[in-house]
Design a binder for this molecule. Sequence first.
Ligand code: GDP
Length: 409
Amino acid sequence: NKGEVKGYSIKYGNIVDSSNEVIDEVLVSFFIAPKSYTGEDMIEFQCHGGAKVARSVLDLLLAQPECRLAEPGEFTFRAFVNGKMDLVQSEAVAELIESDNEMAMKIASRQLDGLLSRLFKDLREKLIFCLSECESRLDFPEENLDWDEELPEKIAGAVQQVRKLLDSAGRGEILRNGVKTVIAGKPNAGKSSLLNFLLGYERAIVTDIAGTTRDSLEESVVIRDIPVRLIDTAGLRENAGEIEKIGIERSYKYLDEAQVVFWMLDASAGDAADLLEYKSVHNKVIAVWNKCDLLEKNAVLPELPVKTVKISVLHGDGLEELCDAFEEAVWGMDERGNEAEFAVNARHATLLKEVEGLLGEAIINCMGHEFELAAVQLQLAVRNLGFITGETADVDILGEIFSRFCIGK
Ligand code: GDP
């Protein structure tokens, strides 16, 4: 009976079946609306561990006519509908659960806390202000007394904000999907040795998330807090055994798709012809002279047109420099990913790109005193931001977002 329990309270009791047999001793937590995750009345059963006990309790509950299993994402969907969180925060719940590295977890956690939502909200308010300025010029075309003459500059300021958000999309993509990294090089250069070193570095938690198919040749590791999808080209070679051509085509495909390539070179042979031949991928290659322990003291290696590190996997030399080079290749020189506070996802980025285009046109129209057109563009931009935060609901978007959740959240 609802009147008998207080919110945020826990009661102890037995779960019994239809013949009054005790299935388990449980603790039941009560949350009374609106102070719960979903904003509705909620109870949570805490039973003993082990699959069998939990299953029996669940089966007993599901046998009740008014009970059913939650749909994937249903709890968060209800929280969204009841105004407990916006769409950006709802997405953060899924991202927090899926996160497999510290940085992704921190960013998702800040997003859940509302940091990214506030940035979108701020932007939206700015645009609504610009829109009202535009409309006032339409309503009172002759009385240009209180008009803000800086309107195009104001919109340009909003464009800067949009760009800053868009700049974080690459970081988001990396944190969510990992950096596709290939270890290439001739047989015997030390590819497997490097792979084994990196696998021992920090093994990533491999999550089985619907929609993110991982390649069977792929290993997941975390290097310097960056999730990495490492393509094992030794595996490629094995696969190439039977149908050589397919194997080679796959190698090309992996090199093309890679975001970073460790190109292993045998320093004792001093030959980098294979790397030089693959000009098309030089922009993402880190040349790795391996087996430097075999070099004479003053030996000089050929200069290469790409970032180069010298290591000896066997002796563990130069591996920190290798990780430095990798980190730099991923985040670039100026933007250190680990200082990042937020990262928009692909959905946000698509909508933001449209906003950027619309605002660009609005600026031109404002400058040409075409305020009617500018107002339409600003309205569309505001609407797009509404799609991001969920203020403007779209059933298809909602279905797509919440179906990606795991059951029970
Ligand atoms: P892969 O064919 O490119 O995968 O090369 P491997 O990792 O299997 O290494 C080939 C051989 O080189 C093995 O015998 C390794 O022990 C040896 N090797 C790998 N790294 C080093 C190194 O840094 N120094 C020396 N001296 N030998 C190495």
